[in-house]
Design a protein around this ligand. Structure first.
Ligand code: GRF
Length: 204
């Protein structure tokens, strides 16, 4: 199965995927000069930069994105730090095959700065969610979650660090299940072919 990862940040999730042995065929970034591109280049993965400012509308951007994905014969797409809302043009084309990782237990704290939102709200538990992307904002079907406690002496930095560690464990596991065909989304249903294991929810 050919995978693209959509990025725009430091690339720690991309790095974790590659270190787990997960095969990535293309990396698309919405920003130039980011760490994620350096991670891809170090692993000799083809990269494409599509900057929002180079397109006159979100529709134009997403059409170009679909062309780039089609040219590379991409079958599955994983978002990791790609900070753009995708239009229905992309979502429809890749429905059930387009994943995102979000640093909170959705539906709590959607959108930007989710870790800070949770920290400020004083919750005792937050975590990580992997979900399919739909037309909404962080609203698609949830595939897996991993809870992370907010410890009494946590700072925003220490909580952020533990959330990233959870992301780096969970994303490779879930994407590998999809890659192996053991986890599929069809006609509105999530099909766990190998059974619904506890580790798939983040417990190692
Ligand atoms: C991660 O926290 C992810 O949950 C969010 O963006 C961040 C990307 O980090 N969607 P990185 O670029 O993978 O380090």
């Amino acid at each position: 199965m050919r995978w693209a990862v959509l990025v725009g940040g430091t690339g720690s999730n991309l790095k974790a995927l590659l270190e787990s042995g997960f095969g990535v065929d293309l990396v698309v970034s919405h920003r130039s000069g980011v760490g994620a591109l350096a991670v891809a280049e170090a692993a000799h993965i083809p990269t494409v930069v599509l900057k929002g400012g180079d397109f006159s509308s979100r529709q134009d951007y997403d059409r170009a994105l679909c062309e780039v994905l089609a040219d590379a014969a991409i079958e599955r797409v994983a978002m990791a730090g790609f900070l753009r809302w995708l239009t229905p043009h992309v979502v429809t084309q890749y429905r059930g095959r387009l994943m995102n990782i979000h640093p909170s237990l959705l539906p709590a704290f959607p959108g930007l700065h989710a870790i800070e939102q949770a920290f400020q709200a004083g919750v005792m538990w937050t975590g990580v969610t992997i979900h399919l992307v739909d037309e909404g904002h962080d609203t698609g079907p949830i595939l897996a979650q991993c809870p992370v406690p907010r410890l009494l002496d946590d700072t925003i930095e220490s909580l952020t660090e533990r959330i990233h560690q959870a992301e780096h464990r969970l994303y490779p596991k879930i994407l590998s299940l999809m890659d192996d065909g053991d986890l599929e989304y069809q006609e509105g249903h999530i099909d766990w072919k190998g059974g619904h294991t506890s580790w798939a929810h983040g417990h190692s």
